[in-house]
Design a protein around this ligand. Structure first.
Ligand SMILES: [Zn+2]
Length: 258
């Protein structure tokens, strides 16, 4: 018999979204995983005890409507977004969009940004896994292309990811965003890369502002969130950059079965 946690093991996005939409992102604080995966890992990885993972999955599901179907993705840091109408086996993609009630779009992260999308009327929802590779490859553009709603009727919340305070990158990452852009765009994009004193080819990269900039350019103006740094907040979040071997938080969004 599953012994339920006393406290919800997740955060609720603080965006003003339609009440038809449910969304959450898990924290690592409570759960059943041990050692480097402690405590609430939701990803399959080498070294993960699958029985414990199943307990964690049962736990998270127990906090939501039992009629929900869960769509998992096999994430590859690419730019493939899918529109789903029923849950199937894990799909190779980094974003999913749906207009079906009770179908949960799931993304797993530990530093990359989970980017939550919802039509303002609650008719469609989506979720993208966006690290620097995905952002640079166009995963947010690809996600928006799967929506029927007009861009001005879509709102976005950015979940916990690595903050600029801790995301040191080389010039290759900066170049991947700047190459081929107009002078005007280069100036805007470059403001997300802070130079590090005495380290000429090193930058502190702001994934949140890169995502917001991209969304704004594509016509999505209502963008909130991005306030958590996974590296800074070791108690609540996994961070791949900090710990290398670690678990993953689950981000989820769905249309409620009302
Ligand atoms: Zn930080």
């Amino acid at each position: 018999m599953h012994k339920k946690l006393k406290k919800p093991p997740f955060l609720i996005p603080d965006w003003k979204v339609s009440e038809l939409v449910g969304a959450a992102v898990t924290t690592r604080e409570n759960g059943f995983s041990m050692n480097e995966f402690a405590n609430f890992n939701l990803a399959t990885h080498a070294g993960v005890d699958l029985c414990v993972l199943e307990k964690n999955r049962i736990e998270i599901k127990s906090w939501f409507d039992s009629g929900l179907q869960w769509q998992w993705l096999n994430q590859v840091h690419g730019n493939n977004a899918v529109r789903v109408s029923e849950a199937s086996k894990s799909i190779i993609a980094d974003a999913a969009v749906t207009d079906q009630r009770g179908l949960v779009c799931c993304v797993l992260t530990a530093d990359c940004l989970p980017v939550f999308f919802a039509a303002k009327d609650g008719s469609e929802v989506g979720l993208a896994h966006a690290g620097w590779r995905g952002l640079s490859a166009g995963i947010l553009e690809a996600t928006l292309l799967k929506f029927n709603a007009a861009r001005e009727n879509i709102q976005v919340w950015i979940g916990p990811g690595i903050g600029q305070c801790h995301f040191e990158v080389g010039s290759d990452v900066r170049d991947s965003f700047l190459q081929g852009q107009s002078i005007n765009q280069i100036e805007k994009l470059d403001s997300s890369f802070q130079r590090i004193a005495n380290a000429p080819q090193k930058f502190l990269c702001n994934l949140r502002s890169l995502a917001a900039h991209t969304l704004n350019r594509l016509g999505v103006t209502e963008v909130s969130g991005g306030d958590f740094c996974t590296y800074c907040d070791e108690d609540r979040f996994y961070s791949y950059r900090r710990d290398s071997q670690c678990g993953r938080m689950l981000s989820m969004i769905y249309k409620k079965n009302l």
